[in-house]
Design a protein around this ligand. Structure first.
Ligand SMILES: Cc1cc2nc3c(=O)[nH]c(=O)nc-3n(C[C@H](O)[C@H](O)[C@H](O)COP(=O)(O)OP(=O)(O)OC[C@H]3O[C@@H](n4cnc5c(N)ncnc54)[C@H](O)[C@@H]3O)c2cc1C
Length: 379
């Protein structure tokens, strides 16, 4: 990898690699099997400054930049896509919204605790049954004096139930549809906010997903992010910033899976030769390596746009589109190369396959990447 990383970025990458080997490798399989939220590892990530790595120093972060942050996501994903998801939902979604759209008072109130690990963040947009704001469970925020009163349901919320702070999207003008949606910072312990159930998932199982119920949840108007009606714009920008981190997650998983396939291909003997000697296997590996290489460059470039405060939406959508395609195809090929063993639960490839699918679906149809790219091209 010859992308010109600075010395500091290389050190951060190396320390994330060591962290992953020391703390995540021993628990990665167990948290997947048992679907356990790894709170001790989250605390350790906080102690290593991972939770607030790219967030500003003045609000408790490390100001190390978004590219350094995605390097960490990539390293963690080589061992556990689930732990990477916990970090992405916390940092690229919840904390991103507060940092990008919050007032100074809101940042002072929430970011230091989100950076130190005292509080974990989550992002609550998706609703049961239909697109956000369109179904019978839509979350509505009714203005009452200086407060809003939230009612409705959210589903599939990563870090749901274990988070302390939720960025919640709710209709302040239900008649206007998504144009009447607003974003609120909601403390997890607010009366009336409960978890009705956790969702059993195919992959990313150490990252808990939950359904949330809002029953007369009172939120101060001081916790409105931006102004009324800009919720979908906030959601879209945060989801695209998260897509870059999810691109790094896909690259990390695909790289680890390919490394495993290379090792296996050299060891597995068929017809008197290692299977890696067969051209069909070499073609699959060569295509995989090329796609991962290109995807990584795109992820790093899009991350550096975010870091430099440049327009990044089109490039982030391109990352989402490309990493989604190449990540899934890489895992299908890895399992093909590893044959029956690859398909067994004993091999790491099956977990990688389940995890990469989740990383690709997440954020997928909130705004189709193709739509974002075409809109930019045709503007
Ligand atoms: C692991 C995981 C974690 C998640 N975490 C969170 C979270 O923390 N917070 C949160 O708010 N949400 C979360 N989600 C929800 C996630 O954002 C949505 O599942 C995702 O955006 C897809 O939306 P959907 O499930 O409503 O699918 P749908 O929009 O119903 O799409 C279903 C299928 O229909 C297709 N489709 C939909 N509309 C169109 C169209 N107009 N034209 C053509 N095809 C179409 C889609 O491509 C897809 O193939 C999570 C999901 C996953 C898998």
């Amino acid at each position: 990898m010859s992308y010109a990383l600075t010395e500091e970025q290389q050190l951060i990458q190396q320390s994330a690699r060591e962290f992953t080997q020391e703390y995540i490798e021993p628990i990665a399989s167990e948290i997947d099997h048992a679907s356990i939220h790894p709170s001790a590892v989250v605390q350790l990530m906080a102690e290593h400054d991972f939770l607030g790595l790219y967030l500003p120093e003045e609000f408790g972060g490390a100001s190390a930049g978004y590219l350094s942050y995605v390097l960490i996501i990539e390293e963690i994903s080589r061992m556990s896509g689930a732990v990477a998801s916990i970090l992405i939902n916390h940092a690229s979604l919840a904390a991103y919204c507060v940092n990008r759209f919050g007032t100074v008072k809101q940042k002072q109130a929430y970011l230091p605790a989100l950076c130190s690990g005292e509080k974990l963040g989550a992002f609550a947009l998706t609703e049961p049954g239909a697109a956000p704001g369109a179904g019978m469970h839509k979350v509505v925020a009714a203005k009452e004096g200086d407060n809003y009163v939230l009612n409705g349901r959210k589903c599939y919320i990563a870090n749901g139930g274990v988070a302390d702070v939720y960025v919640v999207f709710a209709l302040t003008s239900p008649e206007a549809g998504t144009k009447g949606m607003s974003a609120f910072i909601v403390d997890g312990n607010t009366a009336g906010l409960t978890v009705s159930r956790t969702v059993g998932k195919m992959g990313l199982r150490g990252c808990q997903s939950a359904e949330l119920v809002f029953e007369n949840v009172i939120v101060s108007s001081h916790n409105l992010l931006g102004s009324e009606g800009v919720g979908m714009k906030i959601a879209q920008q945060a989801q695209l910033a998260a897509s870059v981190a999810e691109g790094a997650q896909v690259v990390g998983i695909a790289q680890a899976a390919m490394d495993d396939a290379v090792r296996y291909g050299k060891e597995r003997i068929q017809f008197g030769r290692p299977i890696a000697a067969f051209p069909a296997i070499q073609t699959m590996l060569a295509e995989m390596a090329t796609n991962i290489y290109i995807a990584r460059l795109a992820v790093y470039d899009a991350a550096s746009l975010i870091e430099r405060d440049k327009p990044f939406m089109k490039e982030a959508a391109m990352v989402k589109l490309f990493t989604g395609r190449i990540g899934q195809s890489a895992l299908i090929d890895v399992i093909q190369i590893e044959g029956g063993y690859g398909y067994s639960q004993e091999m790491i490839a099956s977990r990688f396959y389940r995890d990469i699918k989740g990383a690709v679906i997440n954020e997928s149809s909130a705004d189709f990447p193709e739509k974002v790219i075409a809109k930019d091209l045709l503007a």
